[in-house]
Design a protein around this ligand. Sequence first.
Ligand SMILES: Nc1ncnc2c1ncn2[C@@H]1O[C@H](COP(=O)(O)OP(=O)(O)OP(=O)(O)O)[C@@H](O)[C@H]1O
Length: 425
Amino acid sequence: MLRFPFSAVLGQDELRLALILNAIHPAVGGVLVRGEKGTAKSTMVRALAAVLPEVEVADDCRFSCDPAAPDPHCPDGPHAADGGVRPARLVELPVGASEDRLTGALDLERALGRGEAAFQPGLLAAAHRGVLYVDEVNLLPDHLVDVLLDAAAMGEAHVERDGVSVRHAARFLLVGTMNPEEGELRPQLLDRFGLTVDVAASREPKQRAEVVRRRLAFEADPNAFCAHWAATDDEVGARIAAARAALGAVVLPDAELERIARICAAFEVDGMRADLVTARAAIALAAWRGRTEVTAEEVRDAARLALPHRRRRNPFDAPGLDEQQLDDASADPEGEDPDGDGPDGGDDGPGGGDSGPSGNGNKGDSGNDPHPSHSDSPSDGDSGPTEAGPEAPSAPPPTQQQGAQQQGKGSGEKSARSPNCASRA
Ligand SMILES: Nc1ncnc2c1ncn2[C@@H]1O[C@H](COP(=O)(O)OP(=O)(O)OP(=O)(O)O)[C@@H](O)[C@H]1O
């Protein structure tokens, strides 16, 4: 089945960026996408898995262990040190799924046939190192949402029942979509999604027409359409892989950490999750932009995604964050050194100064940036991805008519990688 390419979704830049940040740094904690119907929520999520870098997996491991770092608790282990490569998976959790389906359960066939207490992996295992997508997450029974969010937070699943005791790695990019008109998520569950994005269809006629043009072109000749966007999608995938590799070297200076704290305090968030998520998202964003150090720009952009569902709000408040309040909260405090050296100037005391790596481990080397900055150029409104993806291909995507014309040479043809043209993993 051919999939609409990730980069061909027009606009929706916040959603694209939120997905990419999680793909780079799964500890950001997933994305909750809220919005009206028919706004490419599921199109974008389904397309995402195809741009993710492929994963190396141990042979015969039903739990997708990485042969380089196998899960020590893997029920299928121990594994040989080598294995094969496969695309990252997209696993969809249907609203009507049972808990057994989600977590896995006793393998009845083997239990009855051979008297063995074997474990049949569930969707959490299938999603390990891929994407777990829950459409209409607000309609999922609360106990399933709890299990899901626990596994997402811990990066592993724990099943104790029917005489089976199993623990296995379950690190996945969790994406939930919902239409708030059909019911809200409990606030405590809302808080456990790392980022939220509100999506809406453009009211701009030219943009709407372009959405239709692209969709019709895709339907007329999926092969040609996917081939046209393949290089752009490949570029996104390569940039995600580079950002993942660079992540450990990104420094979060104290001045920026304190900016995060000021912003979260100003928006009166509950607890500390907002600060943590903003910090992780800002680090991932710096890596995405090819920076080795988080700047105020990343903090602001990360806060815009991490705070909307955590701020104190009145029922009639508009979605998103108040930009003026964000400006005020993220401004450098008067009389303070914006570099964050602070009045103590302490670079070496515990918790003081900005010389120590904050939050992300290693100290970066800003003089030796292996990933030069990528353009953050704003969208021209109709060319698709902006900073959350490379520019759209220079030639326009095939229209329905062009697609039909290309059918002869394009049918059956696969792009170099043409991720979305591949069958579903
Ligand atoms: N910005 C866009 N760019 C490209 N296609 C779009 C865009 N917005 C909507 N579409 C098209 O609209 C159709 C509906 O999109 P999709 O099914 O992803 O919506 P959704 O938000 O998941 O809706 P629902 O909430 O009803 O499931 C798809 O054919 C999709 O290609």
